[in-house]
Design a protein around this ligand. Sequence first.
Ligand code: PLP
Length: 390
Amino acid sequence: MQHRTSLTRIYLDYNASTPIAECVAEAMTAQWRGAFGNPSSVHHFGVESRYAVEKARRTLAKLIGASSPDEIIFTGGATESDNLAVRGVARAARRAGRGSHLITSAAEHTAVLDTCKDLRDREAFDLTILPVDEWGRVRPPELAAALRKDTILVSLMMANNENGAINPVAELSAITHGAPNALFHCDGVQALGRYTLSVQTQGIDLLSLTAHKIYGPKGIGLLYVREGIEMEPLVTGGGQERGRRGGTENVAGIVGFAEAAAWMERSRESENDRLLGLREDLWRRVEAAFPNSIRNSPPRDCLPGTLNFSLPGASSQRLVAELDERGFAVSAGSACTSSGRAGSHVILALSGGDEERASSSLRISLGHGTAAGDIASFVEALEECVALAP
Ligand code: PLP
């Protein structure tokens, strides 16, 4: 096997995952090396671990504006949080006779979209999938028109992982609450640490988050569930998380999650301004180099470090591979579905089914490690790749 050591690699895929922040690695290492007890044990060792878990729970609850730390359930990541929210609420609401109608949008992450479809196909829930506008956002009047007396859950994301578009969440949740039985679930994964997130002021009943998009560890997430909401657990046994998610807690992961969230919050404003400048520089260069390029990320109300665009005539899959050869890590869409051959479902949804546009789209996502010079070298490499023939 050949090893290339001279290639400088530039990571431009921060929406897929992020490196661990130094302070997070330190906090987790201290936790691993220190308290090892089971947080459920009543002796000194258990109490030490329990203290670390509850301290982190308080930090995270405060950061998202929850009224109590008890509203936070730790999970194994946002895919699990989304599943717990959608399946857990849907099943409990139907059992209580409140209805069986779910609403989501065509641009959701597959953790929500496929879960809703699964409930429709295998458990006979009724599902409405809302279309999105040209930037991938839900139009509030379309949500209002879709709501019914038997609607039990509306699940809409805050910031789209593929193109960065931000939904008007406060408006969408207020519309949802106009229906007698409907709760509002929000996947806030990409918004955490990058955009204002407050469950109280934004009217969010359930919120899914994960640590590895904010310079924290993989395999740890949370679901905020407003006090009083009925939800069936997916994982039973052990009684942890007040019976809502069984299994011994990932103590170091939880500690790292809270540390990462606090760290992101501290640097949010200055980092957002910096990323916004880099993103617009990137778009100016892309537009100049490729006159046929189409911008898929909205110029406003968008995550500052995310730019998605299409290069009609090119193949996303090929470009991702060619760019990787040159040391640039980008993606064609969501990392979770990047092995699939079909074009991005988000770009299909926002373009009215334009397959050419969907199969030639690239997602560039910038983060703390992105330097100004990376932008120019990326566009140069992209020009080389596109010139290589289809
Ligand atoms: N939701 C969104 C919007 C995401 O971007 C991701 C990650 O790609 C997920 C959910 C899944 O998160 P996790 O990797 O923690 O399961």
